[in-house]
Ligand binder design. Structure first.
Ligand SMILES: Nc1nc2c(c(=O)[nH]1)N[C@H]1C(S)=C(S)[C@@H](COP(=O)(O)OP(=O)(O)OC[C@H]3O[C@@H](n4cnc5c(=O)[nH]c(N)nc54)[C@H](O)[C@@H]3O)O[C@H]1N2
Ligand SMILES: Nc1nc2c(c(=O)[nH]1)N[C@H]1C(S)=C(S)[C@@H](COP(=O)(O)OP(=O)(O)OC[C@H]3O[C@@H](n4cnc5c(=O)[nH]c(N)nc54)[C@H](O)[C@@H]3O)O[C@H]1N2
Ligand SMILES: [Mo]
Length: 653
């Protein structure tokens, strides 16, 4: 990104994509193009606030930074003294993905404090565990190499909304003759532009993958040499897949038998073939194993052999930093003499209302807005409304969570502080030093945690570290991917591509215990999700709700904008389902189930397959997370956001 700064005021006046960057190619996504509106928004927080009204009422008075930090340090000391340091919990996720402001001084602070650790499972955990089970690591074809592919399968990947910088490479591949297949229960923009769109029911991908394996094995389209040399467990996979005939797969997934056949044959014969798997698939009760099964496809067909072939879910494992040097988990030993307990962010409602020994008495929220984004929202709000819970929120606006806070601290935005960024869809490591001046009164997360450390009496020199020391510590891992990448080079070049193999698994090289891709079918049998039309809870609520990302927002981060609210207050419903319920386009409807109800505006059209409704996530306030359970995924204990049964009814009047 290029930032133009007014030298008089120090303020950013223009941001644009860097035309010289291999991935950005001169354009920004829809939400970031307008980011300066966010920087200069009149509702932006510029002074610390302290609660004066009832919990959750959002009534505050302004205080100085010293008053706020002294007050917070005092309350944290009190909680630690009365209930033990593990009564304190950090809660953070991906508001910024910069390592310094999201996994640096904050982690050091909470480790030294002996606070409970947070299992950061809200986004990608099931997929990460599934992919690691299959490959032992997460390396992938680079986006630049998608141009070589002749078949691109976008599997639960809403590329034109969430991953727009991959799109030019797909356009180029198609210009050279590639076909694009989209597998998504929702007719996204990318699905509408694809050569083929297959719409399985949510959470049925594991069955679809097994149906593909069935056809590939039956028709002799496997790469026997690759299987022999570089995989393990193929026999058990073939045995399991034998039961997933195209007809049975069709019953389980809603994808027609002939489409399963055609997809499997095209996938196994097109070369190079690449699967862009994104995180939509794994937000599901069988999502972790679905990822594991999908990852078997490029192994049994040898798709990894060609440049631009294979599977991309994430490229993040290539950024193998010395995370311990940044995060300093060893400081827990100083505080506790052991590792602190781990609490799962995906069940924060339960954590705040049911944890004992000790209960959570203080929570510090930054880079996240749990009151909006976490499932089982009713319980989440009940937890944050506890009078005896001391809550600090660091953010840019008074978010849903900030309304529950005892102290709200105004944070800098990414143009206004230093950070180092990894990526999960490409291989460029990027250093972005502070470009513009923050409003007076805003402070970077790292600075706040340094200040708090001082007030808590922590004397370790690491709390004095600046950006340079932290980046140097991270780079010092000995990884070949980072070889030759130095602080000096990052300062001079800003963006440096890692040294990663072009065809990561062309000749095996998996990081499993045996070094082989694990394609075993042992754990891959398909049971429909409890909350799905074929599952144990099917019945009263007959529609399956997908609350996926919207193009113009970033989770709840733009909730302060009215146009965002309009975009995220919609539920898309198929004309057949609308007609059956007497619902017309533009009507206010209630989406409900046993957990609660949300009022939204019906958008009637062929946005989804019949039986599936979609709500772009997530608006501030009461939102679809009221309707969503905090049941865990099969792997990694993440949330099964996209398995949710609901009904929709027209509101009177
Ligand atoms: N514009 C924008 N970009 C974003 C974000 C954002 O909020 N807005 N969020 C960022 C974040 S945090 C993340 S994790 C990534 C996520 O990026 P993606 O994984 O691409 O986004 P999702 O919306 O979670 O899911 C992708 C697609 O999966 C589909 N889907 C849902 N359930 C299933 C299923 O069971 N099977 C299949 N095959 N498909 C299914 C959805 O309909 C959706 O179109 O995007 C990042 N980028
Ligand atoms: N129903 C449903 N719920 C979902 C999902 C879904 O698909 N459907 N997706 C889930 C996924 S994949 C994810 S990743 C989570 C995302 O959940 P969160 O990580 O909570 O994402 P946001 O809602 O965008 O909240 C990030 C907050 O961080 C703040 N922020 C940004 N930069 C900074 C900074 O530098 N300092 C500080 N202090 N604050 C900053 C922003 O202003 C914003 O309020 O949501 C999950 N929730
Ligand atoms: Mo995410």
């Amino acid at each position: 990104m290029l930032v133009t700064v007014d030298t008089g005021t120090g303020k950013a006046v223009r941001i644009q994509g860097d035309p010289g960057h291999a991935i950005t190619q001169g354009f920004l996504c829809a939400k970031v193009t307008r980011y300066l509106e966010r920087v200069n928004h009149p509702a932006r927080l510029t002074q610390p606030l302290r609660r004066v009204g009832a919990k959750g009422a959002g009534e505050f008075e302004r205080v100085t930074w010293d008053e706020a930090l002294d007050g917070i340090a005092g309350r944290l000391k009190q909680a630690a003294a009365e209930y033990g340091s593990e009564s304190i919990l950090p809660y953070s996720y991906a508001g910024t993905m910069g390592l310094i402001q999201s996994a640096g001084m904050d982690r050091r602070f909470f480790h030294r404090l002996g606070a409970s650790r947070l299992h950061r499972s809200i986004c990608a955990e099931a997929g990460t565990v599934g992919l690691n089970n299959a490959q032992g690591t997460r390396l992938a074809p680079a986006p630049e190499h998608f141009v070589h592919a002749k078949l691109i399968v976008a599997w639960g990947a809403n590329i034109l909304a969430t991953n727009v910088h991959l799109w030019p490479f797909i356009v180029e591949a198609r210009r050279r003759g590639a076909r694009l297949v989209v597998i998504d229960p929702v007719r996204t923009k990318v699905a509408a532009l694809a050569d083929v769109h297959l719409a399985p029911y949510p959470g049925s991908d594991l069955a679809l993958a097994l149906g593909m394996v069935h056809v590939i094995v039956r028709d002799g389209l496997t790469d026997g040499d690759y299987i022999e040399r570089y995989t393990e467990g193929f026999e058990s996979l073939a045995e399991l897949a034998a039961k997933y005939t195209p007809e049975r797969t069709a019953e389980l997934t809603g994808v027609a038998a002939e489409d399963v056949e055609a997809l499997a044959r095209e996938y196994a014969t097109a070369r190079p073939a690449v699967i862009r798997l994104n995180y939509g698939v794994q937000r599901s009760e069988r999502g972790g194993r679905a990822v594991q099964a999908i990852a078997a496809l490029p192994a049994i067909t040898g798709a990894w052999r060609e440049l631009g072939g294979g599977l991309q879910l994430s490229t993040s494992a290539a950024f193998d930093f010395n995370r311990a040097a940044l995060e300093r988990p060893d400081l827990q030993l100083v505080a506790l003499g052991r590792e602190a307990r781990l609490l799962n962010m995906s069940q924060i409602g339960k954590v705040l209302t049911k944890t004992s020994d000790p209960p959570v008495k203080a929570i510090v929220v930054y880079n996240s807005n749990p009151a909006a984004i976490a499932p089982n929202q009713r319980l989440v709000h009940e937890g944050f409304a506890r009078e005896d819970l001391f809550t600090v929120v660091m953010d840019h606006f008074v978010t849903d969570t900030a309304r529950f806070a005892d102290y709200v601290l105004p944070a800098t935005m990414f143009l206004e502080h230093d950070d180092l960024y990894l990526a999960y869809g490409h291989y460029h490591l990027q250093l972005a030093l502070k470009a513009s001046e923050p409003p007076e009164g805003c402070r970077a997360n790292a600075d706040v945690f340094s200040e708090l450390a001082r007030r808590m009496g922590f004397t370790e020199p690491c709390f004095e570290d600046g950006t340079e020391q932290m980046v140097r510590a991270l780079l010092d891992s000995g990884s070949p991917h980072l070889e030759g990448i130095t602080w000096e080079r990052l300062v001079a070049e800003h963006s440096i591509r890692l040294n990663v193999p072009e065809r990561p698994f062309a000749e095996g090289g998996f990081r499993t215990a045996t070094g082989r891709a694990n394609v075993s079918g042992a754990e891959l049998g398909y049971v429909p999700p409890v909350e799905s039309r074929l599952g144990a809870m099917a019945g009263e609520y007959r529609l399956e709700l997908v609350s996926s990302k919207s193009a113009d927002t970033l989770n709840s981060s733009f909730g302060h904008r009215e146009d965002t609210d309009a975009q995220t207050s919609v539920v898309e419903i198929h004309p057949d389902d609308a007609r059956a319920r007497g619902i017309t386009d533009g009507q206010t409807v209630e989406v409900y189930n046993g957990r609660g109800a949300v009022r939204l505006t019906a958008a009637v059209g062929d946005y989804t397959r019949p039986g599936v409704v979609r709500a772009p996530m997530v608006r501030w306030g009461v939102n679809v997370n009221r309707l969503i359970s905090d049941r865990f995924t099969d792997l990694g204990e993440g949330p099964a956001f996209y398995n949710c049964l609901v009904e929709v009814r027209a509101c009177g009047g």
